[in-house]
Write a protein that binds this ligand. Structure first.
Ligand code: G4P
Length: 193
C-alpha cells in the first residue's frame, strides 16, 4: 500500500537492530485518514469472503481493526490482556509471549462473541514473531469459527511471524513488508496489497 509505505519512509524511526517506531501515525498518535485507507484496503480484499467478525489484540491492533470492521460492516472484537470484573462469563484464552516485552500474558475473548458460524478476519498492527497472531488463531479455532486470513499493517519479514502463521494454512496479507533495516533506513520488500 503505497500511501502507508511513503508514511513509514517519512515518519518511521528505526530503533536499534529491529524495531520500527511509528508512534506518530499508528501506535500512539493516530492518523484517521490513513487508518481509513488501511481499513478500506483490507475490506476490499475480503469483500467477497463473507467475513462476520474482525478480531485483534489490544492495544494498537484496535485502530486498524476497527476501521476494517467498519468498512466490512461487521463487529470488531479485541482480545484483552487483563481480566476485569465484568468478564464473568466463559472465556477463551491463550498464553502469548512477547519477545519485545519479555513477558507472557494471558489474552482472552468472551466465548459469547464467537461461534461456529463466524468467518473471521484477524487484523493487527505489527507481525514480528507471530505470537500474538498464533494466540488469536488458537482462541478463534477453539470457538469453532473459521479464520479467513490475517491482515497486517506492518510485517517485519526478517522475523519468524509470517512463516509461523502460514504454517497453520492461513494466508497472511501485509500492507507493508520490511526486509530489514540498514543505517537507520527501512528496506522494503514487495507487499501483498
Ligand atoms: P508479535 O506481535 O508478532 O507476537 O511479536 P512480538 O512478541 O515481538 O511483539 C510484541 C509487541 O511488540 C506487540 O505489541 C507488537 O505489535 C509490538 N512490536 C513488535 N515489533 C514492533 C516494532 O518494530 N515496532 C513497534 N512499534 N511495535 C512492535 P503488543 O505488546 O501486543 O501490544 P501493544 O504495544 O499494541 O499494546
Amino acid at each position: 500500500m503505497e500511501e502507508l509505505i511513503s508514511r513509514i519512509k517519512q515518519d518511521g524511526r528505526v530503533l536499534g537492530e529491529d524495531i520500527l517506531k511509528v508512534d506518530s501515525f499508528l501506535t500512539h498518535q493516530v492518523d484517521p485518514k490513513l487508518m481509513r485507507e488501511i481499513g478500506r484496503t483490507f475490506a476490499q480484499k475480503f469483500a467477497e469472503a463473507g467475513i462476520t467478525k474482525v478480531v485483534t489484540i489490544e492495544a494498537s491492533g484496535n485502530v486498524p481493526a476497527a476501521y476494517a470492521a467498519e468498512e466490512l460492516g461487521v463487529p470488531m472484537i479485541f482480545a484483552k490482556k487483563a481480566k476485569n470484573v465484568t468478564m464473568n462469563e466463559e472465556l477463551l484464552t491463550a498464553e502469548v509471549y512477547s519477545f519485545t516485552k519479555k513477558i507472557t500474558s494471558t489474552v482472552q475473548i468472551s466465548r459469547k462473541f464467537l461461534n461456529e458460524t463466524d468467518k473471521v478476519l484477524i487484523v493487527d498492527d505489527f507481525l514480528a514473531n507471530g505470537q500474538a497472531a498464533l494466540g488469536l488463531i488458537k482462541i478463534i479455532k477453539e470457538a469453532g469459527a473459521e479464520i479467513v486470513g490475517v491482515g497486517i499493517v506492518i510485517e517485519k519479514s526478517f522475523q519468524t511471524g509470517r512463516g509461523l502463521v502460514e504454517e497453520t494454512g492461513i494466508p497472511v496479507l501485509s500492507l507493508a513488508r520490511i526486509a530489514g533495516f540498514e543505517d537507520g533506513h527501512v528496506i522494503f520488500t514487495e507487499a501483498d496489497l
